[in-house]
Design a protein around this ligand. Structure first.
Ligand SMILES: NC(=O)c1ccc[n+]([C@@H]2O[C@H](COP(=O)([O-])OP(=O)(O)OC[C@H]3O[C@@H](n4cnc5c(N)ncnc54)[C@H](OP(=O)(O)O)[C@@H]3O)[C@@H](O)[C@H]2O)c1
Length: 296
């Protein structure tokens, strides 16, 4: 594995991180619990210490599975989790109010059976709560030693600047891939300039950039590949297929080309790769074994 310093500290985090949205399977057409627990174990044994999760992933199940996987080896993992997407009567609402943030942090700690969260992030903005209030709640959690670092996710530049004015925001987690390059205009240069580590998600485009889809299967209504990653039909599918063809010119496994393309961008700290089993972990960890020439 290769490592970078976590946002201006001496702490080392892996350049490829384990994504766990698939854990529990809710938005990914099912998943095998034991394979997910084994995926975490494989990641840790390969030195992939950065583990990204969220209470939203199958309603806490991803965090519980991670808790099982890290038992007895907590010190090997750098755990990043989030708050702000709250389930209520079968619906999801945005809530970054101080009381909700404090409650969610306790719930995450309990589910993962650990004392501290290494990186705690706002999952998505909550337009009803001033971000200053949310950041104050994060600072309290840090003072209580329940979290070590503060991060945000899916913030635009204006909101990120507001958050930074109140708290030391260490990281920004955003979608970034060969298919989604929106952050290159403003967010990536800003983060680079301020020393905020970018954590990139969706680098595999939800799987399509691995090149494995000869024919796209019909995904269920709440499948991430239908409701979140929208490169699986219409014009976007054609664009994705064209990019996949271009990626083949490198003569390397396409999952690794996709991850390296993001990993090598200046300002990117860690690239997440969602994995449902140890084999996918090994295949994705292998991306650090070579660098791409700056061609695409
Ligand atoms: N902050 C946020 O709002 C946010 C949003 C999205 C994601 N995330 C985080 O970022 C992580 C990564 O994103 P993602 O999981 O959504 O998408 P992704 O990494 O682009 O794609 C992950 C999916 O690709 C497939 N895959 C992975 N490795 C593969 C391999 N070697 N060969 C073939 N297929 C492979 C797997 O699905 P199949 O096996 O089903 O094909 C896997 O679930 C998430 O897990 C989550 O932790 C955060």
């Amino acid at each position: 594995m290769k490592y970078v310093n976590f946002s201006g500290t001496q702490e080392k985090v892996s350049v490829i991180g384990l994504g766990t949205w698939v854990f529990g399977g809710e938005n990914w057409g099912g998943a095998d619990d034991e394979a997910c627990v084994a995926a975490v174990g494989e990641a840790l044994s390969l030195g992939m210490n950065f583990i990204d999760t969220a209470p939203f992933y199958t309603d806490g199940k991803a965090e519980r599975l991670i808790g099982r996987a890290i038992k007895g080896r907590r010190e090997k993992a750098f755990i990043a989790t989030k708050c702000g997407l709250v389930r209520e009567n079968g619906r999801i609402r945005h809530d970054l109010s101080p009381a909700s943030v404090a409650r969610e942090a306790d719930e995450s700690l309990r589910r993962m059976d650990c004392d501290v969260i290494d990186l705690y992030m706002c999952h998505w903005p909550d337009p009803a709560t001033p971000v200053e209030k949310t950041m104050e709640a994060f600072l309290r959690l840090r003072a209580e030693r329940k979290i070590r670092h503060i991060g945000v996710s899916n913030f635009d530049l204006a909101l990120l600047k507001k958050a930074c004015a109140v708290a030391p925001v260490a990281t920004l987690e955003v979608q970034y891939s060969l298919l989604e390059r929106g952050i290159e205009a403003e967010l990536l240069p800003f983060c680079r300039d301020k020393g905020i580590g970018v954590i990139a998600y969706g680098a595999l485009g939800g799987g399509i950039l691995t090149g494995k889809y000869v024919k796209v299967p019909p995904f269920g209504k709440w499948d991430a590949r239908r409701m979140f990653y929208d490169h699986f039909e219409g014009e976007k599918l054609k664009k994705a297929q064209k990019i996949v063809k271009e990626m083949q010119a490198f003569g390397r496994p396409l999952n690794q080309v996709a991850l390296n393309w993001v990993r090598q961008k200046a300002g990117v700290m860690t690239v997440l790769a969602g994995c449902r089993n140890p084999q996918q972990v090994r295949e994705n960890a292998g991306a650090v074994d070579f660098d791409l020439p700056d061609r695409i």
